[in-house]
Ligand binder design. Structure first.
Ligand SMILES: Cc1cc2nc3c(=O)[nH]c(=O)nc-3n(C[C@H](O)[C@H](O)[C@H](O)COP(=O)(O)O)c2cc1C
Length: 159
């Protein structure tokens, strides 16, 4: 199955997981970038507020033809227990019809239920079929451990 990994990452944790998935599944890796990123420390307040209100933010066009892929992994940090606004934008502007979509999060805490429910509803509104999901806690966790957890989480998607 031809897979694509699309992700947004502010501080590099979601990027680590996305890289593991791409390598394990021989998938194409594409990063979502905000056109005008919010700077620290403002991102904590305005980024969280935008996420809390399910807003998008302007993102750079993605250089990828989604139609070529049967399975799309979408990675996001958890902001205000929701996807980051840049990821919302990607989902809002994409029609996932006929594609399996697997959202994944990295997060400071370990309660991923709300974020996964939120992103699932958005993907379904964009015609995608959610075929799995996972979340990895990053707070006080070494990069090596995040990579190990990502390898474990991706095992069931490897066939
Ligand atoms: C604006 C902002 C809001 C956040 N909100 C949450 C949250 O609600 N729950 C949580 O568990 N972690 C929260 N975090 C922590 C991030 O989800 C976590 O550090 C994540 O792994 C960062 O991913 P990244 O390095 O790919 O950006 C927040 C971080 C930022 C910057």
């Amino acid at each position: 199955m031809k897979s694509l990994v699309v992700y947004y990452s502010l501080t590099g944790k979601t990027k680590l997981v996305a890289q593991v998935i791409a390598e394990a599944l021989n998938a194409t890796l594409v990063q979502i970038e905000e056109r005008r990123p919010i700077r620290f420390p403002f991102v904590y307040l305005s980024g969280s507020f935008a996420a809390f209100t399910n807003r998008g933010r302007k993102i750079n066009p993605l250089d990828v033809d989604l139609k070529q892929y049967e399975r799309i992994f979408i990675g996001s940090p958890t902001w205000a227990y929701r996807p980051a606004p840049a990821v919302n934008s990607f989902i809002y502007q994409t029609n996932f019809e006929g594609r399996s979509v697997i959202p994944f999060f990295t997060m400071g805490g370990d309660d991923s239920e709300k974020a996964l429910a939120n992103i699932t509803a958005k993907i379904e509104r964009s015609q995608g079929k959610v075929a799995g999901s996972f979340a990895i806690t990053s707070y006080k966790v070494s990069d090596e451990e995040i990579i190990a957890r990502a390898k474990e989480a991706i095992k069931k998607y490897s066939s």
